[in-house]
Design a protein around this ligand. Structure first.
Ligand SMILES: Cc1ncc(COP(=O)(O)O)c(C=O)c1O
Length: 349
């Protein structure tokens, strides 16, 4: 929401974390606020309830830990699974590589080996070249494949693609991590459950996002195999991601899963992205640069339009040279917001 010079209130298409929190989440926070409550999630019946919900979603072998943010979830997952001389293989565009300020390398010591991609997705055959260095003491040892679901380019891995990556990882003594900052948008796009997408495909660890889909803050690290989580409590504490007022993260995830808020919110964001994709391409000179698969719309805009439109509805330029922009829809994006944006584009062009 932006208050511009005319004091009108307007949403942006900058990112799905520019939106606020869902009313259901705010209510859960208000309800848990009064009185005193165990800290750190220790001996806390609410923690038992949240973990139970996560086990219902991901299966009985899963173990879930709450953290403050997505960078923390990714970094701690890497640090948990890798020794410092072991490496992560990821798309160059991965948040882990491009947008975490070097935190994964700094805090885990592990190198990130990157793959250039057209659409943010990596395939097993692109990982193969890194395997030549296995057992060669001069090279970092590839041990973890990390993918983002949805990707930073708005694309969605199919269930089969994830399964193939997991098979490839395990056949090569590697593990598979999924950065699921937008996993709910992916589940809605694929019309599947989290279990079908993550547990049944044999993923090893998941960063389960909430902030981009209606939570105020808070993410979860979900280990799908029990022994992988050994000692994670210490890792999280050392990594400064253990919340003392843990109840405020826990209740958000309970509301998110119990009431299927994740689905309603992601469905709206994805549907709005479809609508935006359709409407915006009715304007002469605007074309989609990628198919709309989840809640992101990527489009080429006439260069002279970009700044003028940004002044009314902020969004990020994705590729300066190509005049490609990224328009993100959120749980609270409405058809009116989209109509306003499209009208502004018509007027300003
Ligand atoms: C794909 C992806 N992963 C992880 C994150 C986590 O970010 P943060 O640490 O800001 O919560 C983001 C946020 O932009 C993201 O887009």
């Amino acid at each position: 929401m932006i208050i511009n010079n005319n004091s009108t209130i307007r949403k942006s298409f900058a990112s799905d974390n520019w939106s606020g929190a869902s009313p259901e989440i705010l209510q859960a926070l208000i309800d848990i606020n009064p009185g005193h409550h165990p800290s750190y999630g220790e001996n806390d019946p609410l923690m038992d309830k949240a973990r139970h919900l996560f086990r219902e979603v991901f299966g009985n072998d899963s173990q879930t830990f709450f953290v403050y943010n997505g960078t923390g979830a990714n970094v701690l997952a890497v640090r948990q699974l890798l020794r410092p001389w072991e490496a992560v293989v990821a798309a160059h565009s991965a948040h882990l590589n491009e947008d975490e300020g070097g935190a994964p390398e700094a805090l885990s010591g592990s190198k990130i080996l990157t793959i250039e991609t057209e659409n943010g997705k990596i395939k097993p055959e692109q990982i193969k070249p890194f395997l030549h260095s296995i057992g060669f003491q001069h090279h970092a040892q590839p041990r973890l494949i990390s993918i983002s679901q949805t990707t930073e380019m708005g694309t969605v891995y199919s269930i089969d693609e994830i399964r193939q990556l997991a098979q490839f990882a395990h056949a090569n003594n590697m593990l598979l991590h999924v950065d699921g900052a937008r996993i709910s948008n992916a589940a809605v796009a694929l019309d599947c459950t989290f279990k079908e997408m993550i547990s049944d495909t044999n993923v090893d660890v998941l960063s389960f996002g909430g902030t981009k889909n209606g939570l105020m803050f808070g993410e979860a690290v979900v280990f799908l195999k029990k022994d992988l989580a050994d000692g994670f409590e210490y890792n999280r504490k050392q990594g400064m991601q253990l919340a003392s007022k843990m109840r405020f993260i826990i209740v958000q995830f309970i509301a998110y899963l119990e009431q299927e808020l994740w689905k309603r919110n992601a469905l709206n964001a994805n549907q709005m992205a479809q609508l935006l994709g359709k409407k915006i391409t009715s304007i002469k000179g605007i074309t989609l640069s990628r198919p709309v698969e989840a809640n992101g719309v990527f489009a080429f805009l006439p260069v002279e339009l970009i700044e003028k439109l940004q002044a009314e509805y902020f969004f990020h330029v994705w590729n300066e040279e190509k005049h490609e922009v990224r328009l993100m829809c959120s749980f609270d994006t409405t058809a009116d917001d989209i109509n306003g944006f499209v009208e502004a584009a018509h007027r300003l062009i």
